[in-house]
Design a protein. Structure first.
Lengths: 520, 296
């Protein structure tokens, strides 16, 4: 294997990803710190902790989502319930994104060819990509352990937990590297790797909630729980991560040596020789491009909504401690608590759904950057139709997903249409964020990416704002802050109508600007 | 009827960069017009203004007598465009892309010459966009452009990436469309390519047209560089009409020759017993230098 130039490529990759990796690591570490710091004060006594842990274990939906709690008296395990398995998915995805970005994406764009023709070794780009993901995983694992220790959790448990996260990162890198050998399309590689991560997660879900518990031992997502980091740890289980990642990487490297640059192991299926008569204008083109993604999103949102919804009925038992009881009663008893949870689920899922819309807008920006928009606008397609198609797909697709989320939550909860309402009242806030993304696209196509930053800003303000006692006007910057807290509180027309009107206004400005700017 | 393309004093700036500094360009109906210039001269910028993708800062631009900024879609119904760097949708097959582009121009692909063109260009329409090489991406755009009759073809360096055989097919297609009365704007930085096809040529440099006219008008730009070695006495060729810049080095003569002076020079060289002879057409660089000299 010729590895000449690996160090150079690794440095270059880290430079390209400095913002992405830093943000990803910091957000996850911050989440760990907040969970570690917040759980202790909530459950003073061991009896409280046991009660809460048993309530968690009693709900199949929660076990499906977070995995079981093995030692019900452990503060560490309770604090890290969500982190151990569910948030480990985001750790795996960090590696997937990094490896895919530096392998298959580079090949698809032809940049790999450019680099490959220089004096770097044939295996160097692959090695650099994997090394970067490994490095990022190790840093993330270490910082997560440090965050736990700093927030007062046991040292050994914290280190083992951090190690399990680093391990999941390694596995993610291996999965992505293998997927990158299979298909010649970067999008398909992303899909294959995500599907593999999802399948491993699902394997653990089945193992954790059915009697086939051995299934949980087969997947790295099960190891996080079975490691039992916080009491009587099975340290040897940590070996599983590097072994699995190593095996995946070795297989990927074998496949890599056998294939040509730019080709995939799975041959590209030929497409139709003639176009369907339905594929006839800009709108049909956007549907063709975003349709498969929307189907995938619909399935994903339906699953998440159902799972989240099924947690709702058990929330009362979960938070039933001496300390929380008065708070719950102030909220109107268990029923009020459930309503609050339904709203909370709806607002989180709405943020996730907004990502679909922003993805649609940034994809249009990519089309313009690559010159495809120019080709379309040189036909009889008007700018109005093009912007309408992109905006329509983003807004209508997101609204559809909100409806799916609401219905799924209602089905999961097995009770009432309140969840549907809770999801749909989020719509004006989602529209407004998407209108801002479209405005960015309309000002300059390169700015469309900043749509992600706008969403991140709003979410951050909503998450940390109340804790930091930020002034009201700062909190009010986020459209999601103005959504009526239905069903906890009565539905209010005023903020909804105002946000919708603002959306129309922003879209109007976007439209005027898009008509009068240069394309390309 | 007005000319299909009329551009007068076109100015386009990007920030502090002046891309077009008062460009003039006129295309008569039915002519194949070569649009020559080095990279960065402003050829693609001009074409994008003509397509209404960029807004001009000053000057007047009309296509079919309409304003390309205001009436883009109306104009586009009557033209086909091939960009210099074709980017395809990665997940659409070539055939789907061709049909989509045709339908977007309001044309039903079933009544067109697309299948015949696919054969002539030897293009596999079932491959996905991401799998095509640069030359094949170019072919996809060319088939979509040539498949249906239009009033105007706008081709921006369309043969980059095509092999000589395919260039030949391309030349035939332009000639066929030209014979049908289609107006063609053919941008290029290669003189010989344009020379074969174009009725008239406009040469631009640094955002300005420096020369415009029929190829005969531009004859003075087509001065060949001749290098010859003789076995006998070196003749004095500098007196021959149309021979310039004579340089003698031992038995080797080099000179610039107008087409009119070529036979006189050859006669003199033959008399002196020529043993080797090369004649090089002017490079684009020399052409532009010439063009600059002849412009006030």
């Amino acid at each position: 294997m010729n590895l000449a130039g690996t160090r150079l490529l690794l440095r270059f990759g880290l430079r390209r990803d400095r913002v992405l990796v830093t943000a990803w690591v910091l957000v996850l570490v911050a989440t760990v710190a907040v969970s570690a710091a917040a759980t202790g004060p909530l459950y003073d006594t061991e009896a409280d902790r046991v009660a809460a842990a048993e309530a968690l274990n009693a709900s199949p939906a929660i076990v499906a989502l977070y995995g079981p709690i093995l030692d019900t008296s452990s503060l560490g395990e309770l604090s890290m319930t969500k982190m151990t398995v569910l948030y480990a998915v985001f750790v795996a995805f960090m590696s997937v994104v990094l490896v895919r970005r530096h392998t298959r994406v580079e090949e698809e764009t032809g940049r790999a060819e450019l680099v490959g023709a220089t004096a770097v070794g044939a295996a160097a780009p692959t090695a650099a990509a994997v090394l970067e993901a490994v490095l990022a995983s190790l840093v993330l694992g270490t910082l997560a352990a440090v965050a736990d220790i700093a927030c007062g959790l046991p040292v050994v448990g914290s280190i083992l937990f951090g190690a399990s996260w680093a391990g999941i990162g390694l596995v993610g890198a291996g999965i992505a590297l293998l997927a990158a050998q299979l298909s010649s399309s970067a999008r398909s590689v992303g899909f294959l790797a995500s599907a593999a991560v999802g399948a491993l997660y699902l394997l653990r879900v089945i193992g954790d909630v059915t009697s086939a518990t051995w299934l949980s031992w087969l997947t790295p997502f099960g190891w996080g729980t079975q490691l039992s980091a916080w009491s009587e740890p099975r340290v040897w289980l940590l070996l599983g991560y590097p072994l699995l990642a190593g095996a995946l990487t070795a297989l990927a490297l074998r496949l890599r040596r056998r294939r040509d640059l730019g080709a995939g192991v799975i041959p590209d299926r030929p497409g139709p020789a003639v176009g369907s008569p339905r594929l006839r204008d800009a709108a049909a083109l956007v549907v063709r491009q975003q349709g498969p993604a929307l189907v995938g999103w619909t399935v994903g949102i339906a699953v998440i909504g159902t799972l989240m919804g099924s947690i709702v009925p058990s929330i009362g038992d979960l938070l039933d401690t001496d300390r929380t009881r008065p708070v719950i009663e102030a909220m109107g008893g268990a029923g009020g608590l459930q309503d609050a949870l339904v709203f909370a689920i709806a607002s989180v899922v709405a943020v996730v759904i907004t990502c679909f819309g922003i993805g649609t807008v940034t994809r249009a920006a990519g089309d313009e950057h690559d010159g495809r928009t120019e080709t379309v606008l040189a036909t009889a397609t008007s700018r109005r139709l093009l912007l309408l198609a992109v905006g329509g797909a983003a807004v209508l697709g997101s609204t559809w997903l909100l409806l799916v989320a609401g219905v799924a939550t209602a089905i999961g909860r097995g009770d009432g249409l309140a969840a549907v309402g809770a999801s749909l009242v989020q719509a004006p806030a989602v529209w407004l964020v998407l209108a801002l993304a479209l405005l960015l696209l309309s000002v300059r196509s390169r700015w469309a990416v900043a749509g992600w930053a706008v969403l991140a800003l709003f979410v951050t303000v909503g998450q940390v704002g109340p804790g930091l006692d930020l002034p009201d006007w700062v909190l009010g910057l986020s459209p999601f802050h103005h959504v009526p807290r239905y069903p906890s509180e009565a539905f209010a027309w005023r903020p909804e109508v105002l946000m919708t009107a603002l959306t129309v206004l922003v879209l109007g400005v976007a439209w005027t600007r898009y008509r009068s700017r240069d394309i390309g | 009827m007005s000319n299909p393309i009329e551009v007068h004093g076109l100015v386009k700036t990007f920030g502090s960069t002046v891309a077009l500094a008062g460009l003039d360009l006129e295309l008569a109906a039915g002519e194949v017009h070569g649009f020559l210039g080095p990279n960065g001269a402003g050829k693609s910028t001009t074409i994008r203004v003509l397509l209404g993708l960029l807004r001009s800062d000053a000057g007047s631009t009309t296509v079919f007598g309409l304003d390309p900024w205001r009436d883009a879609t109306e104009i586009h119904r009557r033209l086909a465009y091939v960009p210099g760097d074709v980017s395809l949708w990665p997940n659409l097959s070539g055939g789907e892309t061709i049909d989509l582009l045709l339908r977007m121009r309001g044309i039903d692909p079933r009544g067109t010459r697309r299948d015949e063109l696919l054969q002539r260009f030897e293009l596999d329409p079932t491959k996905k966009g991401r799998a095509y090489s640069k030359g094949n991406r170019q072919k996809v755009a060319l088939v979509a452009a040539f498949a249906a009759p239009v009033d105007l073809l706008v081709l921006d360096e369309p043969t980059s990436g095509l092999d000589p055989l395919m260039e030949q097919v391309f030349n035939e297609c332009v000639a066929e469309h030209g014979a049908e009365g289609t107006t063609v704007l053919l941008s290029s930085h290669i003189l010989s390519e344009v020379e074969r096809l174009a009725d008239r040529v406009t040469i631009i440099r640094a955002g300005r047209a420096v020369e415009s006219g029929s190829l005969d008008d531009l004859r003075h730009l087509r001065r060949n560089r001749v290098r010859a070695e003789v076995s006998g006495v070196v003749p004095d060729v500098s007196r021959i009409d149309g021979v310039h810049d004579v340089d003698v080095d031992g038995r080797v003569i080099t000179a610039s020759v107008d087409p009119a002076g070529l036979s006189g020079l050859l006669a003199a060289l033959t008399g002196a017993g020529v043993v080797s002879l090369t004649s090089t057409p002017p490079t684009l660089e020399e052409l532009f230098l010439d063009a600059y000299r002849t412009t006030p």
